[in-house]
Design a protein around this ligand. Structure first.
Ligand SMILES: Nc1ncnc2c1ncn2[C@@H]1O[C@H](COP(=O)(O)OP(=O)(O)O)[C@@H](O)[C@H]1O
Ligand SMILES: [Mg+2]
Length: 440
């Protein structure tokens, strides 16, 4: 427990090389004290499993808090990227450093029986110092993150927000040859499912980042519109309020080396954890049984290599990610290919969940390649090379002879051996899937 508190203090306000050097003696003292109890070996093995995630969490939390506060545009700049990336080693480094300091303890035992082990001790301590360099990188990263942070003030949003609109939005990533979005205008209203479809690279993910307020457009505007048409532009808006409105399940959502409970509750990391709501969110994401069936249930660390660690499959992670966004309960939910790793049954359940959220008044933006699901969306935008080339309902788009959507849909229907409109995915809201007749 003593080691525990020394280490937590050490990492709490940021490990500097100096602080670590200062702490080394106390770590050593603690190790020696433990030798006296003659149970160090067993103890260190048992403790390291529990300590690692805790210490790492303290370092990682500061790092990730800082890094997640960076303007996305800045994270695209190579020089900022390099510093932020380098900082990640610090969190790994904290872990191996911990292993090493536990290792030092074991060597201290060894010295009592054989002086030959002394060389090994010196080597281990040297490695400890090397590790410190990486922690310095983490500090650099946290500083760079601060310099490129999203502003914390701005115009308050209308209450409540009725819809989000983009108006002739273009986005050019730093260093890119050309724009990834070109003059895109879309409307995302509450209570509806809005689908974004298009080939890989057509700009769907970029557009979700703009709608989420993560990426400021290079040209054009993003409007947050209230009940009576009053509106606030994203550039002026209080971004904290924008983020509070939005839940985003990104393609590459973060998988935290923490417990299953923490991985869900981080969806609303600014609020105290509510386990009843965690369970409810997990139920909605169809992952409750899985987690509660684990030997350590919600306390399982969802990464291999820890005591209580488990390995989740890609599909199980997607469900946990869904539970995280459910737990967040944000009015605007953006999901970017949320079902790519799910089996067909789980996929149907996931889409049904989204439709029922829209029914409850959420705005749902669904990015998916499964056109059998988008066919029931309230409005579909078809992107091609950064432009919206078609939009409307499934029926509207299928009526366009030679249209891009019609072509994609027909190709997919043929692939599944289905005639258009005879899919088994969720029907429009209020209509049972089985009751949905051919739309064309
Ligand atoms: N971070 C980035 N830096 C530079 N170009 C990017 C970046 N992210 C995406 N792009 C480019 O923008 C275009 C749209 O990408 P994206 O929005 O991810 O499309 P989609 O989600 O439809 O596959 C692609 O040409 C892609 O290469
Ligand atoms: Mg994408």
């Amino acid at each position: 427990m003593a080691v525990n508190s020394v280490l937590t203090q050490l990492f709490a306000d940021g490990p500097t090389a100096d602080k670590l050097r200062e702490a080394l003696p106390s770590l050593a003292v603690l190790a020696v004290a433990a030798v006296a109890t003659a149970v160090l070996s067993a103890w260190s093995t048992a403790m390291s499993g529990r300590l690692e995630p805790q210490v790492e969490r303290a370092v990682s939390a500061r790092y990730y808090t800082a890094v997640t506060g960076v303007e996305v545009e800045a994270t695209e700049r190579p020089e900022v990227q390099r510093i932020l990336e380098a900082g990640k080693f610090g969190t790994d480094s904290a872990r191996s450093m911990l292993r090493l300091s536990v290792g030092v303890g074991n060597v201290v035992i060894a010295i009592r029986t054989s002086t030959a082990r002394l060389t090994s001790l010196v080597q281990q301590v040297n490695r400890l110092y090397e590790e410190l360099l990486f922690l310095t990188d983490t500090e650099d990263a946290i500083a760079a993150a601060g310099e490129n942070a999203i502003p914390l003030t701005g115009t308050p949003l209308p209450v409540p927000v009725r819809e989000v609109r983009t108006e002739a939005v273009s986005v050019t990533y730093p260093g890119a040859d050309g724009p990834s979005l070109k003059g895109v205008s879309v409307c995302v209203p509450r209570g509806k499912v809005t689908a974004l479809v298009g080939a890989n690279g057509s700009g769907k993910t970029t557009l979700t980042k703009v709608l989420a307020g993560l990426l400021l457009p290079t040209e054009g505007d993003v409007w947050w519109v209230g009940e009576s048409g009053e509106r606030v532009g994203l550039r002026e808006a209080d971004r904290a309020q924008v983020f509070a409105e939005v839940g985003l399940l990104a393609q590459d959502f973060p998988r935290w080396e923490m417990t299953a409970a923490a991985n869900v509750a981080i969806g609303a990391g600014d609020r105290p954890r509510d386990m009843d709501r965690v369970r409810k969110a997990a139920g909605e994401a169809n992952v409750l049984e899985l987690v509660e069936g684990l030997p350590h249930g919600w306390d399982s660390i969802v990464f291999k290599g820890y005591e209580r660690g488990v390995q989740l499959s890609g599909g199980q992670w997607q469900k946990l990610g869904t539970a995280r966004t459910r737990y967040r309960q944000a009015p605007f939910l953006l999901v970017d290919e949320p079902t790519s790793a799910l089996d067909p049954h789980a996929e149907i359940a996931a889409f049904q969940g989204l439709w029922s959220l829209a029914e409850k008044g959420h705005a749902v933006v669904l990015v998916t390649h499964r056109l059998a699901a988008t066919m029931h969306a309230d409005h579909i935008y078809v992107l091609d090379q950064g432009r919206v080339v078609e939009d409307g309902t499934h029926e509207d788009l299928m009526a366009r002879e030679g249209g891009l959507y019609q072509g994609m849909f027909t190709a997919q229907a043929a692939q599944y051996g289905l005639a258009p409109g005879t899919d088994r995915l969720p029907g429009p809201r209020g209509v049972q899937p089985s009751g949905h007749e051919a739309a064309s």
